[in-house]
Design a protein around this ligand. Structure first.
Ligand code: FAD
Length: 456
């Protein structure tokens, strides 16, 4: 009997373990469910990118992708019943919502005597698999990375679009939903899909991998891979990247592997503590005093719009709006600014990031934020407060990054762009004065942190 292949965060046909599990040449229906619970908080750029990936996947399947809008708990069993499938094949999901959804789908399928078969996951090593000698799970990155590398991962699966015998969705009595093509975005986004992912990866390996260990910290240069958006939707699987890196011994390759380990680490941590998506991982931070009310709202708006008067912060926030992506160094700077200079709750910032980032990923985002805020696992100590001017001068030494995204400062040459208030003629017209005094707010942040420590 035929099977149902339910795509979620694995929008590709190469390296697809779910296809292997279904068995070569098996009659199969390819399904994607447009789930408003996931789409609503995604923001237009991510929706636009997702829809592009779905069109690309449909092409790779010769037009045989069935897209249905609705609640997967209702849709998946209904489609499975319609085609008389014995089994539904998926790659396991480890997010809190995805796990609950899959369990609910599985309950209905079981009642119908059908099986939900989980093969693989979006990670090199699925959450829960990396364990210490006594079977415990890791809360600190470095030992996790060591055990992760020792654990190892599978070689890429040898599949393509013709691996299964795809059923024509036109012959199935289920109403298809056209993939929306009316999402308008002002941001300049990467090309969606599997071929685009591979092209991007190859050009990164060719041009920048060797220098990645140093290059990755420079937002003014194109030194990072920009693979996060493709990994988010599984246009490429991380094990394909790791297989390509395996033969390379350069510091750049080592460093890149380590960054990929962070992605697996945060997925593991979120799996250990699903509550950490919304709340402090370290609950002692629950007493940290944070802002609220009209003044907090005003500062939050200035931050979101990139009008704080701190050039590197503003450049980052505007890059986010312009590209649906922000350089990692600047994610840390802008996050630190929100938490430690504006004293706003990290989850305000995290929510804005999730809505604006095309690569918005619950595990990496919430734990990236908590790392900066000090409340996370393995976090940066709270007393380390980024100075936005020094960070700018160090990582954007000529000011090119700022000038790219903040047109009001386009005529300021060199490093002086990081301190527009100190220019001989004063700050250029239209660029805001700093919304806070960094030195004062730094002291305030340390006082608030001290209060957290005392309350422990
Ligand atoms: P590269 O430098 O080329 O890194 C290669 C890959 O390694 C990335 O694609 C990513 O998959 C992984 N990686 C690198 N750094 C990290 C990290 N710190 N944590 C987890 N994985 C990492 N990443 C997301 O994918 N989605 C998010 O929503 C997200 N939110 C973040 C929020 C904050 C506050 C911070 C500090 C970091 C966040 N990151 C997030 C991690 C990191 O900033 C991005 O993965 C990276 O900037 C993506 O660009 P790239 O692909 O060019 O990175």
């Amino acid at each position: 009997s035929p099977v149902l292949v339910w795509f979620r965060r694995d929008l590709r046909v190469t390296d697809q373990p779910t296809f292997l599990a279904a068995g070569q040449n098996t009659r199969a229906l390819a399904l994607f469910v447009l789930d408003q619970r996931l789409l609503a908080p995604a923001g237009a750029p991510r929706q636009w990118f997702l829809y592009g990936c779905l069109r690309d996947l449909d092409e790779s399947l010769d037009g045989r992708l069935l897209v249905v809008e609705g609640d997967p708990v209702e849709v998946v069993p209904r489609v499975a019943r319609e085609i008389g499938a014995d089994s539904v094949h998926i790659a396991a999901d480890f997010g809190p919502y995805g796990q609950a959804r899959d369990r609910a789908v599985e309950r209905v399928l079981t009642e119908q005597d059908r099986e939900l078969v989980r093969t693989g996951s979006p990670y090199a090593v699925a959450p829960g698999r990396v364990r210490s000698a006594d079977g415990g799970r890791y809360r600190v990155f470095t030992p996790f990375r060591r055990a992760w590398a020792e654990h190892g991962w599978r070689a890429p699966a040898d599949t393509d679009g013709g691996y299964l015998d795809w059923i024509d969705p036109g012959t199935v009595k289920v109403e298809a939903t056209p993939v929306p093509d009316d999402v308008t975005v002002t941001a300049e986004l990467p090309e969606p899909g599997e071929a685009a992912a591979r092209k991007r990866w190859e050009s990164f390996v060719h041009d920048h991998l060797l220098d990645y260990a140093d290059g990755r910290d420079r937002p003014d240069q194109p030194g990072t891979s920009r693979m996060s958006v493709y990994l988010k939707y599984g246009c490429v699987h991380v094990r394909t990247l790791l297989a390509d890196l395996a033969a390379k011994r350069s510091a750049g390759a080592q460093s890149f592997r380590s960054e990929l380990a962070w992605r697996d680490f945060y997925a593991d941590v979120l799996d250990q503590r699903p509550d950490s998506a919304r709340r402090n991982y370290d609950r002692s931070y629950d007493v940290l005093k944070t802002g609220s009310g009209p003044e907090a709202d005003r500062l939050f708006t200035a931050w979101k719009e990139g009008r704080t008067g701190f050039p590197v912060v503003d450049a980052g926030m505007r890059q986010l709006l312009a590209e649906g992506w922000m350089h990692n160094r600047v994610r840390m700077i802008t996050a630190s600014f929100l938490v430690k200079d504006l004293h706003l709750p990290w989850w305000w910032g995290a929510k804005h990031f999730m809505r604006s980032l095309v690569d918005g990923d619950l595990a990496s985002n919430q734990h990236g934020w908590q790392w900066v805020a000090g409340s996370g696992t393995d976090a940066a100590p709270f007393f380390r407060v980024f100075n936005p001017v020094l960070q700018g001068e160090r990582f954007d030494p000529n000011g090119d990054y700022v000038r790219t995204y903040v047109p009001e400062l386009a005529d300021v040459t060199g490093q002086a762009v990081h301190k527009p208030w100190a220019l001989p003629d004063g700050p250029p017209a239209g660029y805001p004065a700093p919304v806070v005094d960094h030195k004062r707010e730094r002291a305030e942040a340390l006082d608030r942190y001290e209060a957290v420590r005392e309350a422990r």
